[in-house]
Design a protein around this ligand. Structure first.
Ligand SMILES: O=C(O)CCC(=O)C(=O)O
Ligand SMILES: [Fe+2]
Length: 352
């Protein structure tokens, strides 16, 4: 196995994982992050991660059916912190188109992708995340990170020109995701007996959407290397589209694999929803495994409260039995990132 690396992380990161795989390289030491925790891996039967049918929340559905699904939603988010959304109104054909164009993007020659190359320290563009603090493992992944909404925050130089349909498909997806976040935010509020617009008001009119296209190359040592290290997200919540299994969610100290359902979008609570619900909904720790034979694609869209907007626990969720456990916070995602780089969570910084 590879010894202690003397190559600075910045230099290592300049060579993408996909290039290392093409060159037949073994993962260098900074990528080794697993230590034989396989015993805890659960290949869960597909029924375990809750599936919620969003079409049951429309007004034409009988009240008792809606109530039943709302209860299921509340229970899913209080225990798992995520659910697989179906009945969301985005066709499977279109979801497949996004999966396909994402794969086509990453399968292009490196010179093409490097046209959107990010700065080592920056966030937007193609490459790896900024270097973590010393001693933190690197992820076996390449990603393209783009700000997509509000439109004036876009940085066009990082938007790929190729594949030709990429831009249009991403714009189309954005226009479908916006109403989806409205439906999900309203349903979550109703499930907690809160006024249906309360979360939407906290996110604000200029709530942000960031898209992260992840490409996890095959890995010769899936036993030692992770596609993405364990973390919780710093957004409000995240919508994840996957084309294969690999994502795992931590619950009761066990890892559960998120099953692949082609029509589903995984809705994953992030720290800011845990804050807004005063801890009722959980922002789960999750990670991505690598596979020795297959690459995996995912598209994560982070839905985050608008810049400079103070958010905090809903009043309706603070009472004598459940006192306020979080402060109001602003631009929490920035704090989250500082801790993420050190392999830590930031949620404690928001505790009262
Ligand atoms: O690849 C995945 O399924 C999850 C990606 C993820 O957790 C992230 O981008 O924050
Ligand atoms: Fe994540």
């Amino acid at each position: 196995m590879t010894g202690v690396s003397v190559v600075p992380v910045e230099v290592l990161l300049a060579k993408r994982v996909q290039e290392m795989v093409l060159d037949g390289e073994e993962p260098p030491a900074p990528y080794l992050s697993r230590d034989g925790d396989e015993a805890q891996d659960i290949s869960s039967p597909s029924s375990i991660i809750p599936i919620i049918d969003l079409s049951l929340f429309s007004s034409s559905i009988p009240h008792n059916k809606q109530e039943e699904e709302l209860q299921k939603l509340r229970s899913a988010l209080s225990s798992w912190g995520c659910f697989q959304a179906i009945g969301h109104g985005i066709s499977t054909m279109f979801l497949d188109k996004i999966r396909q164009v994402s794969r086509e993007y990453f399968e292009q020659p490196m010179e093409e992708k490097k046209k959107q190359a990010k700065e080592i320290e920056g966030f937007d563009g193609y490459g790896a995340d900024p270097p973590p603090e010393q001693g933190q493992p690197l992820d076996w992944s390449d990603r393209l990170f783009l700000e997509v909404y509000p439109e004036d925050l876009r940085k066009p130089k990082f938007w790929p020109q190729n594949p030709k349909s990429f831009r249009e498909i991403l714009e189309d997806y954005t226009s479908k995701i916006i109403p989806l976040t409205e439906r999900v935010s309203k349903a979550m509020a109703k499930s907690l007996n809160l006024e249906e617009n309360c979360f939407l008001n906290q996110f604000g009119e200029r709530a942000m959407l960031h898209a992260r296209f992840n490409y996890y190359s095959r890995c010769p040592r899936p036993d030692l290397v992770l596609g993405l290290k364990p973390h919780a997200d710093g957004s409000g919540y995240t919508l994840i589209l996957q084309d294969d299994i690999g994502l795992q969610v931590l619950k009761d100290e066990q890892w559960f694999t998120v099953p692949m359902i082609s029509e589903a979008i995984l809705v994953l609570m992030a720290d800011q929803m845990e804050i807004m619900t005063n801890g009722v909904f959980k922002s789960p720790v999750h990670r991505v495994l690598t596979h020795s034979q297959r690459e995996r694609i995912s598209v994560a869209v982070f839905y985050t409260p608008e810049k400079n907007k103070e958010i905090g626990p809903e009043n309706g969720l603070i009472n004598e039995e459940r006192p306020r456990i979080f402060k109001n916070v602003k631009d929490y995602a920035d704090v989250h990132w500082k801790y993420y780089n050190q392999g830590l969570r930031a949620l404690h910084t928001a505790h009262v």
